[in-house]
Design a protein around this ligand. Structure first.
Ligand SMILES: *Cc1c(COP(=O)(O)O)cnc(C)c1O
Length: 401
């Protein structure tokens, strides 16, 4: 009989483009737990990069997907399905008044949002978008041009024109960069890939005021920090600063591929028939999953729990970090948490994994923790225990030189 792990590694090696280098084969998930091909159990503080925010195989989402899969999956947007507009209604009921466009991924959501900004700006000869250093907006050509992490663009030149970066959390730099070509500013309220770095509240308010003064759009990329991750349904609600449009993806359907963006009612008629489209966007099946996610937010205390467990984890990890000079601090909001080191975080991540705790890194020096939003206190404590042991082992290795 074939060894599943070895056979899978071989199929990857032979037939899958090596854009990733995965090492562990997971075969099952439930809540905050994952199991690998050898039956080993893991605690998941990565949730597929903030995608399975309600945990793996959430019963409400699974039931909704089962039912919809047996009823109607897809008809294209040239015909109506009843689920997608229900989802749009639900999102807007919990947001500012506006409209939604559904796509399939974070990059596609951002592309649509950039098209919205250019369409509005071009009416007055403005079409440049300012983004932030260290930002991440996706891997398609336009979102790469917006992405502040220059290494991701390397080899794919020429950069798509119309994008320019300024330092994050620096209002003077932004003021200096805005000119009569600028149509929008885009930023992540909490930078994810760049290192779990929240915007300063004062800065965000000043950016909002600047955009109002200059008549340009403020766009938020909430692909990672939205959908409850920082303790509010939409990330902007944690700051009380309203963008003109914002994108969502990752967790919106708890693992099924969906993205989208919301804009204010006054821009609702910018993208009219024929100006923007997506074959799969808002298909009935994925919309049913996303609607179940919203229902869990309504009925299962997910956001409150995220705030509570997030505060607890950040406090405990902060205390733990004080014991080690190589830990520079703990930052983040809700359950979007970064443990900042003075060195590469990959070694610490490996030591966590060795203890069956699934984690991520961000930037080069940040251990990134994105547990499910319905994490229990016991699971939080279990994770902290594993991180404590990993830190202790790293410390010993450093002492030995
Ligand atoms: C993951 C991510 C994206 C890209 O999403 P994809 O679904 O991979 O295209 C864009 N912006 C942010 C902030 C992200 O974290």
């Amino acid at each position: 009989m074939e060894n599943l792990y070895e056979a899978t590694v071989e199929r990857y090696r032979k037939y899958v483009m090596p854009t990733y280098a995965p090492k562990i084969l997971f075969v099952r998930g439930e809540g905050a737990r994952l199991w690998d091909a050898d039956g080993r159990e893991y605690l998941d503080f990565a949730t597929g990069i903030s995608v399975c925010n309600l945990g793996h195989c959430h019963p409400g989402v699974t039931a909704a997907v089962r039912k919809q899969a047996a009823t109607l999956v897809h008809v294209s947007n040239l015909y109506m399905n009843e689920v997608m507009p229900r989802l749009a209604e639900k999102l807007i009921e919990n947001c500012f008044d506006g409209v939604v466009f559904f796509a399939n991924s974070g990059a596609e959501a951002n592309e649509g949002m950039f098209k919205l900004a250019r369409k509005i700006g071009n009416a007055s000869g403005r079409n440049e978008i300012i983004s932030m250093d260290n930002s991440f907006h996706g891997r398609t050509l336009a979102t790469l041009a917006a992405t502040g992490r220059a290494k991701y663009r390397k080899g794919f030149e020429p950069d798509m024109p119309g994008f320019r970066q300024v330092p994050f959390n620096d209002i003077e730099a932004l003021k200096n960069a805005v000119n009569d070509k600028t149509c929008a500013v885009v930023l992540e309220p909490v930078q994810g890939e760049g290192g779990i770095l929240p915007a300063d509240l004062e800065y965000l308010k000043q950016v909002r005021a600047l955009c109002d003064e200059k008549g340009i759009l403020l766009l938020f990329d909430e692909v990672q920090c939205g959908m409850g991750r920082i303790g509010t349904r939409f990330a902007w609600q944690s700051f009380g600063v309203e963008p003109d449009a914002f994108s969502m993806a990752k967790a919106i359907a708890n693992g099924l591929p969906m993205g989208g963006f919301i804009t204010k009612r006054k821009y609702a008629d910018t993208l009219t028939p024929g100006t923007h489209a997506s074959t799969f966007g808002g298909t009935a099946l994925v919309s049913a999953a996303a609607l179940a996610v919203q229902e869990a937010f309504d009925n299962e205390g997910v956001l409150e729990n995220c705030r509570e467990q997030g505060e607890y984890l950040r406090r405990q990890l902060g205390e733990l970090g004080k014991k080690y000079p190589f830990v520079k601090g703990v930052r983040g909001m809700g359950l979007m948490i970064g443990v900042v080191l003075d060195r590469e975080a990959a070694t610490l991540a490996g030591l966590c994994l060795k203890r069956n705790l699934v984690v991520l890194t961000a930037g080069e020096t940040v251990l990134r923790l994105l547990p499910p939003l319905n994490l229990t206190r016991a699971e939080a404590d279990e994770g902290i225990g594993k991180i404590a042991a990993a830190l202790e082992e790293l410390n010993a290795a450093i002492q030995e030189g």
